[in-house]
Ligand binder design. Structure first.
Ligand code: IP8
Length: 246
């Protein structure tokens, strides 16, 4: 099984509120058609979820955030999710929408439900879930990042490969020269902070990727604007991106 996260910066224009990148979405989805094994999709919030989370000052840490804010963020994620699902359908793929509340309670994974996701994927559907605003308990809520969902799902489902589809070629050791880190084992490189991201941007992504690779699974960061690289990695042809070796 392959676990794939479609990053918010690939599926939306992060510089402009509520703007999907429909062409990029369609191009990636068309490429996914070439995969001949079960896949599970997670997508991020981009200029939908993050835009509203910032407006309502909501973060990954459980706290008493605006209840209206939670509703608005959730609504915007459904809107973005619908765009993704529509693209799958248009391309004759069979998505199976699973909001994260289906398999996460508070901030705890529901193992039985997550194991069911695998069965759903093996029966011909493509489970699609996403980062979201979640009720934590009592009056608290939090923003659950799609990156965190990736490590939660990977821990239980043990995919052959976890792929983070991002808007650049991979991790750079030097942002100015764009020198690509082709392979990483264990140690975390220094990453500059991104301001527009309530869930921690690239830093969080790398943390979750390292978490997965430390459990003996390969993780791959790849440029979503070059989706054929996703297929090359899945076919073990070549890894043009950053590979976190498990
Ligand atoms: O873009 C966050 O998911 P991420 C989703 O994967 C929201 O961090 C609601 C901001």
């Amino acid at each position: 099984m392959i676990l794939i996260k479609l990053g918010g910066s690939v599926i939306t224009n992060k510089g402009k509120p509520l703007s999907p990148r429909r062409k990029s979405i369609d191009k990636i989805v068309r490429t996914l058609k070439k995969i001949n094994e079960p896949i599970v999709i997670v997508h991020g919030g981009g200029s939908y979820g993050h835009y509203w989370s910032i407006k309502y000052d909501m973060h990954a840490k459980p706290a008493k955030y605006s209840t209206h804010g939670v509703s608005v963020v959730k609504n915007s994620m459904i809107e973005l999710n619908k765009i993704i699902l529509d693209s799958f359908l248009k391309n004759k793929l069979n998505p199976y929408c699973l909001p994260p509340t289906d398999f996460i309670s508070g901030n705890k994974p529901i193992t039985k439900k997550i194991k069911m996701i695998e069965k759903i994927a093996r029966s011909g559907f493509i489970p699609v879930t996403y980062g979201d605003a979640l009720w934590y308990g009592q009056k608290k809520s939090f923003i659950l990042s799609g990156d965190r969902i990736m490590s939660v799902l990977a821990t239980i489902l043990k995919p052959r490969l976890s792929i983070f589809v991002i808007n650049v070629d991979g991790l750079y050791s030097n942002i100015k020269t764009k020198k690509l880190i082709r392979e990483l084992k264990g140690r975390k490189p220094l990453i500059s902070k991104s301001s527009k991201d309530v869930t921690g941007g690239m830093n969080r992504k790398v943390d979750e990727a390292i978490k997965i690779s430390k459990k003996d699974m390969n993780v791959f960061f790849v440029n979503g604007n070059k989706p054929e690289r996703i297929i090359d990695a899945i076919n073990r042809k070549k890894f043009h991106g950053t590979l976190f070796r498990g």
